[in-house]
Write a protein that binds this ligand. Structure first.
Ligand SMILES: C[S@@+](CC[C@H](N)C(=O)[O-])C[C@H]1O[C@@H](n2cnc3c(N)ncnc32)[C@H](O)[C@@H]1O
Length: 179
């Protein structure tokens, strides 16, 4: 199971600012890992029953279920009910390119690094409510130009919320909305 790291913390820091408090928010924690984003969402006022946490890793789902949220084993949206829509979706995906040291399913996004993001963006639109928002994290190691073009191709506008310099990479946290 993915142990929360700088990327997780960056998302936790900004999550409360994108949660609209005036009405209930249905929230999808895609790739929930330890459940750190669901925990932050609950702290920011989202009710447990409004949260669906998805992962392909059983241990991650077991850990996140302890928060009292709904959990679902799924490869991205594969097992998410058709037509189920969310006001907010977070995804801190596996975003690193594969090499001989980097092979983990919690960190590696594919040969180039952006493949899981590409699949996610292709499926996400259908599960986002009209005014819904996606909070997505990626890195300079993911190929920013490619991710930018995937965002455009899939019909989203992007606002960059944060850029954080790390030892060997920059982390980008962006908000996406349907255009
Ligand atoms: C970088 S970790 C982020 C975990 C947690 N959300 C956080 O912020 O610390 C990525 C997570 O995505 C999950 N994951 C990887 N591929 C997936 C897929 N195809 N469908 C659903 N979850 C996936 C991994 O098991 C892992 O828990």
């Amino acid at each position: 199971m993915y142990q929360p790291a700088e990327d997780s913390e960056l998302m936790v820091e900004f999550l409360p600012f994108v949660i609209r408090k005036e009405h209930s928010t249905s929230f999808l924690d895609m790739g929930c890992g330890s459940g750190i984003q669901s925990r932050a969402a609950i702290k920011a006022g989202i009710k447990e029953e409004e949260i669906l946490a998805v992962d392909i890793d059983d241990e991650a789902l077991e850990e996140t279920a302890k928060l009292g949220v709904r959990t679902l084993k799924s490869d991205l949206f594969e097992n998410v009910k058709e037509g189920e829509k969310f006001d907010l979706i977070t995804f801190n995906p596996p975003y690193l390119p594969e090499d001989e040291h980097e092979k983990g399913m919690d960190t590696t996004g594919g040969k180039e690094g952006w493949e899981i993001i590409a699949r996610f963006l292709h499926q996400a639109r259908e599960h986002l409510s009209e005014k819904g928002k996606i909070l997505l994290l990626f890195s300079s190691l993911t190929n920013r130009e490619k991710v930018d073009s995937l965002i455009k191709e899939n019909g989203f506008d992007q606002i960059v919320l944060a850029v954080q310099q790390q030892f060997q990479e920059e982390l980008y946290l962006v908000i996406l909305e349907k255009n």
